[in-house]
Design a protein around this ligand. Structure first.
Ligand code: GAR
Length: 203
């Protein structure tokens, strides 16, 4: 096999998914193929981004399937069907169970909008992370890509990139800068580097 089949799991806008799709289209993810996009939100814009890029989608909607473990079982089934070797959490807003993380041990990565171990763990997601950073008064924040294990935001760190907080920042302006200057850069790079490592281990 010369490419790892990658599934990207999203819940909302999917700008990180877009960064991965753009990188792949530009030839910067030669060791991976974006083979599937999964959403736990039927109205996520990420699904439209996937459709535009001709990537198959699967929806395990939170409202349609309220039980988290039942949603996970559905997702695990479709990952198997598509021969997925790497799962990328890109704004996926459900914490995964240990059964799920064990099923893809060292094959799930996540992007988090802070420099872990700051502002992470249960309850820290999306804008809330930037609200907390501003409330604490940090002058530098950033983004982290890490492996996902049973500890929320606790797996080994793959990449981090720092971003300065600016005078007058709101959670929204800070979120935007962290995405532009950190997340959209380090996530596609991490997808390529992890796929490359996985390919080597399969030889
Ligand atoms: C991103 O900032 C991502 O880092 C964050 O949600 C946003 C999703 O945006 N993820 C978390 O907070 C996970 N703990 P996107 O849908 O436009 O990629």
């Amino acid at each position: 096999m010369n490419k790892i089949r990658v599934a990207v799991l999203c819940s909302g806008g999917g700008t990180n998914l877009q960064a991965i799709l753009d990188s792949a289209a530009a030839g910067r993810i030669p060791s991976g193929e974006i083979a599937l996009v999964v959403s736990d939100n039927a109205s996520a814009y990420a699904l439209e981004r996937a459709a535009k890029a001709n990537v198959p989608t699967f929806i395990a909607d939170r409202k349609a399937i309220p039980d988290r473990l039942a949603r996970e079982r559905a997702i695990l089934g479709v990952l198997k069907e598509h021969g997925i070797g790497l799962v990328v959490l890109a704004g996926f807003m459900t914490i995964l169970s240990e059964a799920f993380t064990k099923a893809y041990e060292m094959r799930i990565i996540n992007v988090h909008p802070s420099l872990i171990p700051s502002f992470c763990g249960p309850g820290f997601y999306g804008l809330k992370v930037h609200e907390a950073a501003l409330a604490r008064g940090v002058k530098v924040t950033g983004a982290t890509v890490h492996y996902v294990n049973e500890v929320c935001d606790g797996g080994p760190i793959i990449a981090q990139r720092a971003v300065y907080v600016e005078e007058g920042d709101t959670p929204e302006t800070l979120q935007k800068r962290v995405m532009h200057e950190a997340e959209w850069i380090i996530l596609p790079q991490a997808v390529q580097s992890v796929c490359k490592t996985l390919l080597k281990s399969e030889v």
